[in-house]
Design a protein around this ligand. Structure first.
Ligand code: CMP
Length: 160
């Protein structure tokens, strides 16, 4: 049974400062992903410590928090069939200098830290991360007019 998944991305300070916001959003839109939540935010210590708690013992933890506080970020919730995996593939692996050309990090980053975008790594983390950054009323359920062309008939029947 196919189901629309929701996943969270954070467009990081390096992307905003390098004027890459439109380019990044455009890649997700062109894929056929639906934007169901979007906001600009300045991330503070508390939310960063929570979001990156699995990195708290890493040597780069403080530097990562400093980087994420260096300018506002744009946080988005994207929805679509298998969205978690689809978004991970579009974003590419952590280090820009190791990411394949064609991915966001492969095309736009050459750093392990300034890697443009964060994306949820599983459906379970997506659920936690979406709750971390968005109130339920700030997530929008709506039908997009390109639905009939983004998906095939069987997929549409399963999703509706
Ligand atoms: P992301 O995978 O979104 O979440 C963890 C972040 O930590 C990662 O992106 C990078 O921004 C950062 N990071 C990972 N590894 C390193 C590293 N070796 N040095 C500095 N920052 C890192």
């Amino acid at each position: 049974m196919l189901k629309e998944e929701k996943t969270l991305i954070i467009i990081k300070p390096d992307a905003l400062q390098r004027n890459l916001l439109g380019e990044i959003i455009s890649r997700f839109e062109k894929k056929g992903l639906k934007i169901v939540g979007v906001k600009m935010a300045e991330l503070g210590d508390a939310i960063l410590a929570e979001h990156y708690s699995h990195h708290k013992d890493k040597p780069f933890f403080q530097s990562l928090k400093n980087f994420m506080k260096s300018s506002p970020v744009v946080v988005m919730v994207l929805s679509g069939i298998k969205a978690v995996n689809a978004v991970r593939l579009i974003v590419g692996p952590t280090k820009g200098y190791e990411a394949d050309a064609g991915s966001i990090r492969g095309d736009l980053s050459i750093s392990g830290q300034a890697n443009i975008v964060h994306a949820s790594d599983s459906l379970e983390s997506a659920e936690v991360e979406i709750k971390r950054f968005f109130k339920p009323e700030d997530i929008f359920e709506y039908k997009k007019s390109d639905f009939e062309f983004v998906y095939g008939e069987e997929e549409r029947n399963e999703l509706e």
